[in-house]
Design a protein around this ligand. Structure first.
Ligand SMILES: [Zn+2]
Length: 249
């Protein structure tokens, strides 16, 4: 599997939990030797403007995180493009699902998923998309930007039991029609992370369901890293998802 990653993502660009040292390293070491790492280019200003207001982009510049946030968004676009042909993963930070059109919070600056899907749409590569956001937290920014466009469906599962959570995803994917499925992959709902609900094997199950659904609708799929803060389990959780998306990995 192709994993989009840049060594700039090792940088501690802020003091929040998404930016701490060791987080990217934990994932890279779990994936090393199993995937092909690909170096991304930053998103262009036009690609960012397709999802965000100029004022918001300027405010990100003032926070001195523009370069790293644009690189994360660019890596997400690349994962989406590859995802049309084969499953791909954007191992990026800062995360994006709390970034709205004109504001952001929760360790996010640019909405990586919204920038990626909008770029694919504007390039004529897709007509419709589905976003599965299994992060512990609701992807309010993604809903803000994409929720009312008419061409994107979004699921933030809310079931509070482990089995119910998986079932909720399964039911929504059943019969789904979309040109691409984008996963906002936050791992903070893991039993050893903040949310305390999902087991590592559940990420493989979810990945397999997404892969099967994408194949059934002759579409693509890709995933973008969102949250996940326990470095002791984060790498294995990412690997489990990728194994679901690509059996035999
Ligand atoms: Zn989260």
């Amino acid at each position: 599997m192709k994993v989009i990653f840049h060594t700039d993502f090792y940088r501690e660009y802020t003091s929040d939990p998404a930016a701490v040292p060791g987080r990217m390293e934990a994932i890279v070491s779990a994936l090393q030797g199993k995937v092909d790492f690909i170096t991304p280019e930053p998103a262009t200003l036009d690609q960012l403007r397709a999802a965000h207001s100029i004022d918001h982009i300027e405010s990100v510049k003032l926070e001195r995180v523009y370069d790293i946030a644009a690189l994360a968004a660019g890596g997400s676009i690349q994962a989406g493009r590859i995802g049309l042909a084969e499953p791909a993963f954007a191992l990026i930070r800062p995360p994006g699902h709390h970034a709205s059109h004109s504001s952001c919070w929760g360790f996010c600056y640019f909405n990586n998923m919204a920038v990626a899907l909008t770029a694919l749409k504007n390039e004529g590569l897709i007509q419709t998309a589905f976003v599965l956001d299994f992060d512990l937290h609701n992807g309010d920014g993604t809903i803000n930007i994409l929720g009312h466009t008419g061409w994107v469906q979004i699921l933030n599962p809310v079931n509070r039991t482990r089995a119910g959570y998986i079932k909720e995803i399964e039911e929504r994917l059943c019969g789904l029609k979309a040109d691409i499925i984008g996963i906002s992959a936050g791992f903070d709902h893991h039993e050893d992370d903040w949310g305390g609900l999902l087991a590592t094997q559940d990420y493989e199950t979810i990945g397999r369901m997404v892969r099967d659904t994408a194949l059934a609708c002759n579409g693509g799929c890709f995933a973008i890293l969102e949250g996940g803060y326990n470095h002791g389990v984060l790498g294995q959780n990412v690997l489990a998802l990728l194994r679901g998306l690509e059996p035999g990995l």
